[in-house]
Design a protein around this ligand. Sequence first.
Ligand code: ADP
Ligand code: MG
Ligand code: ZN
Length: 496
Amino acid sequence: MTAQAAENREHAVVIGLEVHVQLETSTKIFCNCSTTAVDDEEPNTRTCPVCLGLPGALPVLNEGAVEAAVKIGKALSADIPERTTFHRKNYYYPDLPKNFQLTQYDAPICQQGSLEISVEGQRREIGITRAHLEEDPGSLQHEGGSIDTADYSLINYNRAGTPLVEIVTEPDFRSPQETRAFLAKLEGVLEYLGVFEATRDGSLRVDANISLVEAEDVDEDGSISDDVLADANRTEVKNISSHKGAEKALAYEVTRQKNAVRRGRVIETETRHWDESRGITVSMRSKESEADYRYFREADLPPLEVAHWKDEISIPELPDARRERFQSEYGLDSESASKLTSTKAVADFFEAVAESFDADLAATWVADNLLGELNYRDMAITDVEDRLDEFERLIELVDSDQVTTKNAEEIVLREMLDEGDDPATIIDREGLGKADEGEIEGFVSEAIEENPDAVEDYHNGEGGALNFLVGQVMQKSQGSADPGSVNELLRAELAE
Ligand code: ADP
Ligand code: MG
Ligand code: ZN
């Protein structure tokens, strides 16, 4: 047994996540400042007395943020309470102009949910402790170095007040790999709900809590008692901004903690910073406890009666359900169904195509051809959504034998994406209209007449000769003939 394997027997890894999601609302959570493309704006231009924390400015809750949080709660099968309240979380930090963050404390908007993940074919249910609404702080820009080496730091309050939902999981993860699967799954759900923009920088930020517990404290069914979890010394790793980052930071932290234990050291309960470029975690500070924050009720925001919102707000079919339906309704294999439900936009596009064509044909064209070409060009389905009818016309031209599949895939589709033209124009311009049978028969006779040597080779049983002749005919037809039928026509003609 290796030292690593021995170590795995002695300790189980326990991880819980706190995931901060920026909500896609057009304005901030407590004021009217715009949230669109704030990162491209001049620093400190998207601000007002409320999000700058000026004395006397009063917050007004953004209805859109509450709606988004309710949608997330429904998607995570969480309870939405009768009423939800806001608290001040007091701490001093330069990116927090009020010296407190408006957040939720003992009555968060979502409580006790779950999300199922699957890792290497194993299904696991991850408990969601809570999800609450809060405001994003501003952002710091460290000049001339990183957080611990910079000469000075600049503050930009454009981000301050962007609505966040913080989703807190139970300590249910048993490996870094599971956290990555969870984050990918969660991101898919959020994207389907339309509450979140994955491509926005910093739209999903993760704090990961991690501890080791004695293997003997893990029950048969994998559960660990609350006492053991509470007693375990854990580190909280901050500054993780991607799924891969979470897996890497946690893998590093597992090794670091196991090594420390092996050397007889105690794991300190502390907050650590994930240094993405160096691939390590570094100690930041001893972990603050809840009492440090002096939570108290925000008197400027009344309690919100929220229970009825759950019935009034509907959510779309979510990725898992849609994937399963694609398999049963369209007879797709699980790989195509996964590809075609990877984002809501892709799934919607496919279903639109599948209304006009056979599901298999639609799946091949969307999943294999279109997504492949888009991916190659670093484009997304959203870049071509409004060209659905052109794309359907292309499939129609293939389906009605007016252009060969090969030309449609390799020339027409590519030029559609590169030049922005419609398929008919491209087929015309490139002379790709499929030749009719008579024309091809003519090319076959020509090829035979012009290449007596190849014909002789063919009769002498040389395998390459037929391919050569097929190539000649294809060239004459400028690719508009179907190689399979050319092959057959040649054999027939040569047999006479
Ligand atoms: P705090 O108030 O200190 O942040 P919480 O009880 O709110 O603590 O838990 C924060 C996160 O820590 C949650 O995601 C939870 O799952 C996780 N957590 C709790 N106990 C452990 C543990 N023993 N090991 C790893 N993570 C844990
Ligand atoms: Mg915490
Ligand atoms: Zn503002």
